[in-house]
Design a protein around this ligand. Structure first.
Ligand SMILES: Nc1ncnc2c1ncn2[C@@H]1O[C@H](COP(=O)(O)OP(=O)(O)OP(=O)(O)O)[C@@H](O)[C@H]1O
Length: 264
C-alpha cells in the first residue's frame, strides 16, 4: 500500500465551547486531488490551518510520509514542501507578481552586494515567468502591482506561487469562489496540472460541480468530524450533500487512494 504524503490522526481543536475539530482523520496521497467539503463551520479551514502550521491542535498526530511531524509554524510546513493558498490570497497588493512570488524568499546576489540588498532580479523574473507559463496562468504584466489586477489574475499568481514552492502538498481554500467561468476553468485545469506533477492537492470548495469535476476523492466534514471519504467516480452530488447536511449518516464508505501508481 502507498503511504499518504500527509495524514492526520485524531485531530481535535476546541474554541471555547465550539469543537471545531473532533477527532478528525484525514489523508492525501501523492499525485491525487482530494476535495475537502462540508457545510459552513464544519471545520475545513481549521483543519487546513492545522495541517499547514498555522494553528496548534489540542490533540492528535500529523504524519508526513508516514512519520510523525510537528507543524506548529508555517515555516515547518514550507520546509516539508507544503504550501497553502488562503481565500484572501495573502498577496502584497503594492508589489508586482515577481516580487510576490519571491516575497520573503528573495535571491540575493553573491558577496557583499547581496548583503547590501542587491537581488538576482533577472533570475527571479525569468523563473516567475516560467512558473506562470507552466500553469498557463495569464499574467499580463510582470511589473504592475497585483492590487491593480483582476481577481482571476490574482488567484492565478497566488496558485502559481504556492505551486512554485510546494514540492509535496498544496492546499487551496475555495480557489474558484470569486471567479468567472473562464477563470474557473483555468484554475481547475491548473489543479490537474499540479496533480500530474505528483503533488497532492487538497481542494476546499462549496461548489459540488467543481468538486465532482476535479477531485479523485472527497472527504466530508460535518460538525468537526469526518463523516465520509468517497471515491469521486462512485458518488453523486446528492450523496455528497446528504453527508454534508446529515441527511445521510452512518459510517462513511472509506476509500483508499484513487489513483494507482502515484504512491511513494
Ligand atoms: N479563531 C477562532 N475562534 C473561535 N472560533 C473559531 C475560530 N476559528 C474557527 N472557529 C469556529 O470553529 C468552527 C469551524 O470553523 P471553520 O472556519 O474551520 O469552518 P469551515 O468549514 O471552514 O467553514 P466555512 O465553509 O464557513 O469557511 C466554526 O464554528 C467557527 O466559528
Amino acid at each position: 500500500m502507498p503511504t499518504p504524503v500527509l495524514e492526520a490522526r485524531g485531530l481535535s481543536r476546541q474554541f471555547g465551547n465550539v469543537r471545531a475539530l473532533n477527532d478528525v482523520d484525514f489523508d492525501v496521497y501523492p499525485g491525487e486531488v482530494v476535495a475537502l467539503i462540508g457545510d459552513n463551520g464544519a471545520g475545513k479551514s481549521t483543519l487546513v490551518k492545522a495541517l499547514s502550521g498555522n494553528l496548534a491542535v489540542d490533540s492528535g498526530t500529523v504524519l508526513f510520509d508516514g512519520k510523525p511531524v510537528e507543524l506548529s509554524q508555517p515555516s515547518q510546513a514550507s520546509a516539508l514542501g507544503i504550501e497553502t493558498v488562503y481565500q484572501d490570497l495573502a498577496l502584497a497588493p503594492h508589489l508586482d507578481p515577481v516580487q510576490n512570488m519571491y516575497l520573503g524568499r528573495e535571491l540575493p546576489v553573491a558577496g557583499l552586494a547581496g548583503k547590501l540588498g542587491f537581488m538576482r532580479t533577472k533570475e527571479m523574473r525569468e523563473k516567475s515567468r516560467d512558473a506562470f507559463n507552466d500553469l498557463g496562468a495569464t499574467v499580463r504584466s510582470l511589473t504592475s502591482p497585483v492590487g491593480e489586477m483582476s481577481g482571476g489574475q490574482r488567484q492565478a499568481i497566488a496558485i502559481a506561487r504556492a505551486v512554485h514552492w510546494a514540492s509535496r502538498v498544496v492546499f487551496l481554500d475555495e480557489p474558484t469562489a470569486a471567479l468567472g467561468v473562464r477563470q474557473t476553468k483555468n484554475v481547475l485545469e491548473t489543479i490537474r496540472k499540479v496533480r500530474d506533477k505528483g503533488i497532492a492537492v487538497v481542494f476546499i470548495s462549496h461548489s459540488m460541480p467543481h468538486v465532482m469535476e476535479v477531485s479523485d476523492r472527497v472527504q466530508i466534514l460535518r460538525l468537526g468530524t469526518r463523516v465520509a471519504t468517497l471515491d469521486a467516480q462512485q458518488t453523486s452530488m446528492e450523496e455528497l450533500v446528504g453527508y454534508m447536511t446529515g441527511a445521510v449518516s452512518g459510517p462513511g464508505r472509506e476509500t483508499g487512494p484513487a489513483r494507482e501508481g502515484n504512491g511513494s
